[in-house]
Write a protein that binds this ligand. Sequence first.
Ligand code: 2AM
Ligand code: CA
Length: 271
Amino acid sequence: MAVRSAILNVMVGAAEKASRTMKRDFGEVENLQVSRKGTNDFVTIADTRTEKTLQYELAKARPAFGFIMEESGVIEGEDPNRTWIIDPIDGTTNFIHGIPHFAISIALQEHGELVAALVYAPVFDEMFLAEKGQGATYNNRRLRVSSRTELSDCVLATGIPHLGRGDHEAYLPQLTSVMEATAGVRRFGSAALDLAYVAAGRFDGFWETGLQSWDVAAGILLVREAGGFVTEINGKGEALGGESILAANPRLHQPLSNLLTGKKTERLRAR
Ligand code: 2AM
Ligand code: CA
């Protein structure tokens, strides 16, 4: 993708603008860590500020498009068929704790289909982009999902349910199956980046339950355009708006779905 399309340029411009204040705000969090008090309020302000900048920049370039955003909810556009799906800071808990693993996530949906995606980790200056039918890129280089075929070689990402969230009992058997069969599990705390890392072949797969559309919309297109499969954990269903998500390279997707749903393959059972 040597020449970036107009729509990706708009998205990159908005993310770069928003990331400048976001990085400044992240620097402030480190100062606030000392006092603790007020960190959460400050991060809510940073979240909202980032979202407003993204909304302003995107609306300036495409005034008719609608929005679905984590902080502000749904804003209908003049054009009912084009909607931005935005998470201003995915990995908020990391941000609050001064951990630099967080990202801006922007997806464009046209007639119900994801057509453009951006996931940008500002502290690392890592830009993941995709456009439907055009492939995915990382800092201008083409992305491809991993080619590993043996679960025993694979590193998987996940999100672990925590206090007040998710079905803890249902999660544990999933984790048990995966940790027994693979080279390792990582829990980094940003679904958007987990999916971008699957697209980049860093992770061989990712699963989580109970996410919202803004957490995963851009990441889903990134994985698909990098040659991966994304469904619900049962191997079917639409990941966007679904209860759960499973992303992986095409060879591992079904075996992982079997593993997570308790349908052990013959080979695994034989071990
Ligand atoms: P956030 O950082 O924007 O909140 C980590 O497991 C992932 O879950 C992150 O992408 C995080 O997004 C998301 N997450 C955290 N709380 C959530 C909630 N209540 N609903 C949906 N997603 C959530
Ligand atoms: Ca999120």
